[in-house]
Design a protein around this ligand. Structure first.
Ligand code: BGN
Length: 278
């Protein structure tokens, strides 16, 4: 069937010259079958069109407006590859997007969920983004039909990752890359802020969606393919099983209780950078 049928556009009914839906062919984009360096193109050529991580098609009005939130700390090589690949990829889909890199200061263990909440809050201060993509920095999409836009319910974009043999590690896994409409993210009160260290925050988020009777979707595994940029395994959070049991009441804690301090903010050529203390 047509996998892009249920994408939710912005209200473009009053607009003229709306961009076509199907991905356009960008001649300089090489198709990616593994995250090998050689297949990744340089960033120099695309810099001029992008301002502080934001881009939109020039010759037509995009149907989609998307904030891409990338939690980050000390993965400079990954970030470089991610940006050089991702801009071209999303541009080929004619999407109006902005990439936010939310960098956690050296203080405390890494907290992926809380960084997502911060990205959501900070992006909405700038523009009323109707759609968000929450994205790990070490994952690159392999199929140009994997649209970087929102479906009617949240979507697990990275269902088929190379290191898990191109299928989900378990049925309810919701890690890696996901898209969600902003109002649905608010409805479930975002991510939990409590998961410091690796693991569990994505399972907690999945539970929040299910408690709110929101059923996530996936595109076909042939479309949801990603390759992983290699890195050391993160140290698992030893308390994650407990947290997962305790934090089932999503109304109490999450987006509405995210406390943080912005310590640096800058428009880099390819991304908006926000450094935070948690
Ligand atoms: C799971 C992690 C997820 C992670 C996947 C894939 C937990 C919670 C305790 C059961 N969940 O085990 O966070 O996305 O592995 O790596 O650790």
């Amino acid at each position: 069937g047509n996998i892009i049928n249920n994408l939710v556009p912005v209200d473009y009914s009053h607009l003229e010259n709306v961009c076509p839906l199907s991905p356009v062919k960008v001649t300089s984009t090489t198709s990616l079958t593994s995250c090998s360096v050689s297949s990744l193109v340089g960033t120099e050529a695309i810099k001029s069109d992008i301002l502080g991580g934001e881009w939109q098609p020039k010759n037509c009005t995009s149907r989609f407006l998307v904030a891409i939130i990338v939690p980050y700390r000390a993965r400079e090589k990954h970030l470089h590859k991610f940006l050089s690949f991702m801009h071209r990829f999303v541009q080929s889909q004619n999407i109006h997007y902005k990439i936010y890199v939310i960098e956690q200061s050296t203080q405390k263990e890494f907290n992926r969920g809380k960084l997502f909440n911060i990205g959501f809050l900070e992006a909405l201060k700038e523009k009323p983004f109707p759609c968000f993509i929450f994205h790990d920095v070490d994952l690159l999409p392999e199929n140009s039909n994997n649209m970087y836009a929102c479906t009617e319910t949240p979507r697990h974009l990275s269902a088929a990752i190379d290191k898990f043999g191109y299928s989900p590690p378990y049925y309810r896994n919701f890690g890696g890359v996901l898209s969600i409409l902003s109002h649905q993210f608010s409805l479930v009160n975002g991510f939990s802020n409590k998961f410091y260290g690796w693991g569990g925050e994505d399972d907690n988020f999945y539970n929040r969606l299910r408690s709110a009777l929101i059923r996530p979707v996936r595109f076909d595994y042939s479309v949801s393919r990603y390759c992983t940029l290699p890195h050391e395994q993160e140290k698992p959070n030893e308390n994650r099983h407990n947290l997962l049991k305790l934090s089932s009441n999503y109304v109490l804690e999450g987006l509405n209780s995210t406390k943080y301090t912005v310590i640096q903010r800058s428009d880099e050529p390819l991304f908006a950078k926000i450094v935070v203390d948690l």
